[in-house]
Write a protein that binds this ligand. Structure first.
Ligand code: SF4
Length: 458
């Protein structure tokens, strides 16, 4: 932490010590896992300053919305929720309401807050977490509106404390930002260029998590496959995975997201020869049409994508793939969509996350002319979902009769089912009891539904 951040933190602690009660903070995160991971750091900073955490806005002295810019619709909802906090501020003038995360990096959002949301007094840039004490101090000292740390393209200070949301599952960011400029995506504009944490810092964090009993560690980055590029550490993502895999313990490692232009055979080999890395790759294809992929600026073809799938399957039949897919990209025609259907049938994804394209202002795709009607796009989505349901059900059938290990994630009391995921990230629901949550459990698969494998504990 910088000297100025330390000084601000000390001054803020002294100010908070004069509160008639222990000050309370509410941090609400929206959007992707990386944003939730940042939210854990905001909570850590606030606790280190003397706040306790609360879920109740009425009881909070600070309300921080850590919001994501990726989807315009989600962003409108956050603006609506910020608006709904106005009566709280009127009742409690000392309440500080702030916006942080990549949504705070948008010029239009900040202009809107300045003009129409004067009760939101603090705006903090996505990469400027350590400047939170300074921003809070300014707000308490009567500054009506502060905008701090915008366009900050550094790495968060490694010494920042964290309050983790999960007990046996944890996320560890390995890099921030993105250099890819997919034409539909706002991330490079609001999160800045790629920068990677050092392998030493990542290894230290993972080691501590394993030692504290964490069972699943999710490594995060906008494009983990370009980890280490352009830095002094000269280490590739597969090399980082091997380094982390060498840590002794009982745990799984997952990671996301991978970009198909950068994922390679070395990555697959590393995963399959590891002790802890899941045998599942989330590889967002977005479309099966080369013309659409080009318009999206994705820098791979369907053929190149499938070569990696074929390679993984040649090494392990059970290796699992999931993907993100956009339906109704502005240039997508029915013929393009047919190529997407062909691709998903060929791959046989275990899981598919499908999205109807929605324009994001500030991106090149938002300026493209839409060639399909809403009805055509809805119909494509319907066909896609139906096709994928059949694929997942068929993929799941082959596991009936097998035994495997799953990490039990939760217990469904109503159904008496223990719900979790296998090392290949396949969903499983088995008869069992709540005491196994957070543990690895050996299970026998006796049934296959489109949403999960079912069975019993062994
Ligand atoms: S790889 Fe593309 S979709 Fe992913 S964050 Fe970067 S620009 Fe956005």
């Amino acid at each position: 932490m910088s000297e100025s951040a330390r000084t601000a933190a000390d001054a803020l602690r002294a100010l908070l010590a004069e509160f008639p009660h222990t000050p309370r903070a509410l941090v609400q995160s929206f959007g992707c896992q990386l944003n939730f991971c940042d939210g854990e750091k905001y909570k850590g900073i606030l606790c280190s300053l003397g706040y306790t955490l609360t879920d109740e806005p009425e009881k909070a002295d600070v309300i921080l919305f850590n919001a994501c810019a990726v989807r315009a619709h989600a962003e409108s909802r956050v603006i609506g929720r910020l608006g709904a906090l106005k009566p709280l501020k009127e009742r409690n003038p000392r309440l500080v309401i702030g916006l942080c995360g990549c949504m705070a990096e948008e010029d239009e959002v900040r202009a809107l807050l300045r003009k129409s949301y004067p009760h939101v007094s603090l705006v903090l840039g996505a990469g400027a977490m350590e400047q939170l004490p300074q921003a809070l101090l300014s707000a308490y000292q009567g500054q009506k509106h502060t905008e701090t740390g915008l366009r900050f393209a550094g790495l968060p200070d490694e010494s920042l404390p964290t309050v983790r949301d999960g007990v046996f599952q944890a996320s560890v960011p390995v890099m921030y930002g993105c250099n890819n400029f997919c034409t539909y995506c706002i991330v490079p504009y609001v999160r800045g260029r790629e920068r990677s944490r050092t392998p030493e810092a990542i290894e230290r964090e993972v080691r501590e998590l394993v030692q504290s009993g964490c069972r699943e560690i999710l490594l995060l980055g906008q494009n983990v496959n370009s980890y280490g590029r352009g830095t002094d550490c000269k280490i590739s993502f597969p090399a980082l995975l091997r380094r982390l895999d060498a840590i002794d313990g009982d745990y799984f490692i997952r990671f996301m997201s991978s970009h198909p232009k950068d994922a390679d055979r070395e990555l697959i080999d590393t995963m399959l020869s590891s002790r802890h890395i899941e045998h599942h790759l989330h590889l967002p294809v977005q479309s099966g049409s080369d013309a659409v992929l080009k318009a999206m600026n994705r820098h791979y073809t369907a053929q190149k994508y499938l070569e990696l799938i074929d390679y993984a399957r040649s090494k392990s039949e059970d290796f699992a793939f999931s993907s993100d897919l956009i339906v109704g990209f502005p240039t997508e025609t029915d013929a393009d969509f047919q190529q997407t259907l062909d691709l998903i049938r060929y791959v046989g994804y275990d899981n598919l996350y499908t999205f109807i394209y929605s324009p994001r202002s500030g991106t090149p795709a938002a300026e493209m002319e839409q060639v399909s009607t809403e009805a055509e796009i809805s119909e494509r989505m319907r066909i896609l979902l139906e096709t994928q349901r059949g694929i997942t059900a068929r993929c799941n059938q082959k596991f009936i009769g097998r035994e495997t290990v799953m990490l039990a994630e939760k217990y469904d009391e109503e159904k008496g089912l223990l719900v979790g995921r296998t090392r290949a990230c396949r969903n499983v629901a088995v008869t069992g009891d709540a005491s196994a949550v957070g543990q690895f459990v050996r299970v026998r698969i006796t049934g296959a539904k489109s949403w999960a494998l079912t069975g019993e504990t062994v």
